[in-house]
Design a protein around this ligand. Structure first.
Ligand SMILES: [Zn+2]
Ligand SMILES: [Zn+2]
Length: 175
């Protein structure tokens, strides 16, 4: 569907859906509107220095915008990790001051993808599919740690990788 390169380049941008960008812009405008026009009309004490007001008003606006961008990101990121989107959006929405977002990043699961052979959900650190033994990433045939496909020898144990070029699923069939 997409080329691998365009996924890595645009990955972070595409992770934020359009609705959350619109919501973030709206939130920013509303917060600025409130702080510049509504709030000064309600309070009759002399206003603070202009520089300070600009600083605080912009900070609140940016915070409000970030809040919605964060929710957008979570709504896209949670399904990739097999986590409940509704639950985590609620946590991010309810917890004040972005604590929900911090919790999300602390507790989020590894990314989940589909096995190309059988379609089982597999986590990014899996070397083999748990259902069909398909080799998902290049790994050393001796110590089974991840290796780069171009490496000649395992960086951990020195095993010659050329001797196990055949993926494990095919080696089983050879016997
Ligand atoms: Zn599989
Ligand atoms: Zn090794």
């Amino acid at each position: 569907m997409h080329e691998p390169q365009s996924i890595t380049v645009n990955d972070d941008v595409r992770m934020i859906p359009a609705w959350s960008i619109v919501a973030a812009c709206l939130a920013f405008v509303l917060v600025e509107y409130y702080f510049w026009l509504i709030l000064p009309a309600q309070h009759h004490h002399p206003p603070a220095a202009l520089g300070l007001r600009i600083y605080f008003n912009l900070s609140w606006g940016i915070l409000a915008a970030l809040y919605f961008l964060m929710m957008g990101y979570v709504s896209k990121d949670a399904p990739r990790r097999g986590m409940s989107t509704r639950f985590w959006l609620l946590i991010c929405f309810v917890m004040p001051g972005g604590i929900g977002a911090v919790l999300y990043f602390l507790l989020r699961m590894p990314e989940v993808s589909l096995c190309p052979a059988c379609g089982t959900h597999v986590q990014s650190e899996f070397h083999f599919c748990p259902q069909c033994n398909y080799q998902l990433t290049a790994s050393c045939g001796n110590c089974f740690r991840t290796v780069r496909a171009t490496d000649q020898y395992c960086t951990r144990c020195g095993h010659e990788l050329a001797s196990d070029q055949t993926p494990a699923r095919l080696r089983v069939l050879d016997r």
